[in-house]
Design a protein around this ligand. Structure first.
Ligand SMILES: [Zn+2]
Length: 223
């Protein structure tokens, strides 16, 4: 199995990873790069040449989308509409609904929905999706096996939200031998930041709303 990280190794988001055997090729996510903090740097809105090349060559058998955030799914509209897309059912609904507001199109590709309790066969690959906790609803991590090798792709995840048990289940059911771990490192450079849990944020939001005698939106604006 060959692994090509087209984007995402040196930045947050914009993820796109190619897994290939001699006869099967799949893409894990096809994200749009997040805007740079330097506003003079334009946002890259095109497929990377290496990704476009394999799509044009018609060697991509499937695109797996971990969740509906733009830095993981944002360029799916540029993928040949005949290529099957594997995605969560609710995540697809979010993607299609969001498209109405940002001027995009609903996904036209054939879609297969993830089910945490069932593995999928895509050519040489066996893909086991696991629901994970993330701010993007209906997010998945994967155990992917082919030719006796196993790869784990986490997608984005957290362990302090409403579905923390889902992430824990994923972690507890990983194979004992993993040949490659592809893990999001969004927080790796923020190790000294004090971070609130989802419960703490909810409590703080509740307190702010309770203390306001105005509509909360207006209150926030004044605040
Ligand atoms: Zn995300």
């Amino acid at each position: 199995m060959n692994i090509t990280i087209h984007r995402g190794a040196h930045q947050i988001g914009g993820s796109c990873i190619e897994l290939a055997t001699k006869t099967t090729c799949i893409l894990l996510d096809i994200g749009k790069a997040l805007p740079s903090l330097d506003e003079t740097i334009p946002v890259d809105t095109e497929l990377l040449p290496g990704v476009k090349a394999i799509i044009d060559k018609k060697v991509v058998d499937a695109v797996l989308i971990s969740h509906s955030h733009g830095d993981h799914v944002g360029l799916i509209g540029q993928v040949n509409s005949k290529i099957p897309v594997y995605i969560g059912k609710a995540a697809l609904h979010i993607y299609n609904t969001t498209a109405l507001f940002i001027g995009g199109n609903a996904l036209a590709n054939p879609t297969i929905f993830f089910d945490s309790s069932h593995s999928l066969i895509i050519g040489d690959f066996t893909v086991s999706p696991y629901l994970v906790d993330h701010s993007g609803y209906d997010a998945y991590g994967f155990v992917i096996e082919a030719g006796g090798k196993s790869v784990v792709y986490t997608g984005d995840f957290r362990d302090h939200g409403k579905k923390a048990k889902a992430t824990a289940y994923f972690k507890n059911h990983l194979p004992t031998e993993i040949d490659a771990l592809l893990i999001e490192g969004t927080m790796m450079s923020r190790s000294t930041e004090a971070l609130a849990t989802e419960d703490q944020i909810e409590k703080k939001a509740h307190e702010l709303m309770q203390s306001s005698n105005q509509p909360v939106g207006k209150y926030r604006f004044v605040y």
